[in-house]
Design a protein. Structure first.
Length: 192
């Protein structure tokens, strides 16, 4: 016996049929609309079994059951939208206080006999200081690159005359780490 029974109202059925006929929307929405129309057990609905719908549409039975449950618990709009991820698959390693400590170490004095910090040295140092249990140099590099892009503000960027798309920092050096979208925002001009 089915636990989640789909009973569409006439307006909902008409909306789903229009969505399927239109064909100008995301494929997953059309697929979900087709499933809901097929399993609709209200008067005027097809009321097909999940196995039949699975064979016809090439969708797993469990996916159909999940869609039924979402419809009953959350409504039609939830079925036509992608499910939002409730939490990240992997928790961020550096967030908040840990992120601030990493940046403080990176901005602090370099180790003895070194001109500057390397990502390898920073990775080792954050583990020594027990900011995190383990960390790779690639993680440090991604984190610092992210912070670098966020730190480049409009007032920190100088544009040479006649070179709309060239970005230079106040010290005159080019910053190749600035994402092109930020370059456009900094110049206030659109690509094209």
């Amino acid at each position: 016996m089915k636990k989640w029974i789909v009973r569409l109202e006439a307006e909902e059925r008409a909306r789903l049929a229009q969505l399927v006929r239109g064909g100008k929307t995301a494929a997953y929405k059309i697929r979900h609309a087709n499933v809901l129309l097929a399993v609709d057990e209200a008067d005027g609905g097809r009321g097909l079994k999940d196995e039949e719908v699975s064979r016809t549409l090439g969708i797993g039975v469990r996916a159909i059951e999940s869609l039924r449950q979402r419809f009953v618990e959350e409504g039609l709009e939830a079925c036509l939208a992608r499910r939002k991820q409730e939490r990240p698959s992997i928790e961020p390693m550096f967030e908040g206080e840990k992120e601030a400590k990493l940046i403080a170490v990176a901005c602090g004095p370099a180790p003895k006999d070194r001109a500057r910090w390397t990502v390898e040295l920073l990775a080792d140092r954050v583990v020594e200081l027990r900011i995190v249990e383990a960390c790779s140099p690639a993680t440090i590099q991604r984190m610092l690159k992210k912070k670098r892009v966020e730190a480049v503000a409009k007032e920190d960027v100088v544009h040479s005359a006649g070179a709309e798309r060239r970005v230079r920092l106040c010290d005159g050096k080019r910053d190749r780490g600035v994402h092109s979208a930020l370059r456009c925002a900094a110049t206030g001009r659109l690509h094209g």
